[in-house]
Design a protein around this ligand. Sequence first.
Ligand code: NAI
Length: 361
Amino acid sequence: MAKHTVTLIPGDGIGTETTEAMQKVLAAAGADIEWEVALAGAGVMEEYGTPLPESTIEAVKRNKVAIKGPITTPVGTGFRSVNVALRKTLDLYVCLRPVFSIPGAGGRYNDVDLVIVRENSEDLYAGVEFAEGTQEAADLIEFCEKAGAGAIRPDSGISIKPISITGTQNIVRYAFDYAVAQGRKKVTAVHKANIMKHSDGLFLREARKVAEEYPQIEFDDKIVDAFCMNMVIDPSQFDVIVFPNLYGDIASDLAAGMVGGLGIAPGANIGKDYAVFEAVHGSAPDIAGQNKANPTAEILSAAMMLDHLGEQECAARIRKAVREVYEEGKWLTGDIRWATGSSEPACSCTEFTDALIRALG
Ligand code: NAI
């Protein structure tokens, strides 16, 4: 295996535990990786004056590939999401999240095999927001009224939802190219175009146009609320699913819940020049520092990274070992014991990692 240099952002909360487990598993699987550690999050605020230091962005740019642990974002106040900033700065416009059943992981279905493709830079995540009571919010409210767009209460906070033709075409094309490359049969676009005619309406219109370029792939669309119901009733009707940012975020957790939970859901943020791999889950403050986290999602994200680096054989070995540990059912973390309804004692993050390393031989 060729040597690769990868930027590692451990993150905070359970991130330090899950990324350490991931590094051990990759080493045991024979992945020849030199890790360049870069920091981000609340812990670096004091030293750098920002939760996302320039040196961290430079480290990702230098190595082109990074893997990160989750990073806590203060709710309601405080600094803006480091994750969103990283995606915007590096133009990681694709959020790719394969969702698949792992026997023994407590999924509600045994045959889920779908891929979530979430637009990663626009929509309500664009960060265009105006706090209630500010002059900017007042100006915007006045503008909307003058433009005949309707009245907005003067004590409103406002978040803007931009969805562009360029952004939509890029993400939908990625979804179709991915479907072609991976031998998948169908792409579904999810939206709320009946209500948000100029943002989701545009998304649907452009998705339909791009779909015409790929006659070999079936295309359909679903309104997001109906999508949720359909997904829960019968996930096998979906293959590749493309979403605007916010719906993709919510659907990712929904889908993760159907196959056993956030502990096993991997993901990647991909752009034309860089890729940053990370689990779907957050920093899990409720279990952080207790050696209880399930590192599977981070490890499967690393397997996606190995695929990206051209190390498919090593990635396949890791996925096989993960399946074996879950099938054996002896070493499972608390989230999976809960999902399976088992009263067997849960193992620690470290014990799970050791079991996986043994399975790798
Ligand atoms: P969360 O994903 O951190 O936790 C939700 C629930 O799932 C918790 O009960 C947690 O214990 C459990 N859980 C999550 N991952 C687990 C794992 N690997 N093993 C076992 N149990 C696990 O979501 P929450 O609580 O909404 O967010 C916490 C923080 O994480 C927030 O500050 C949020 O902004 C941040 N976050 C960061 C992300 C990132 O860095 N990419 C993504 C999502 C949230």
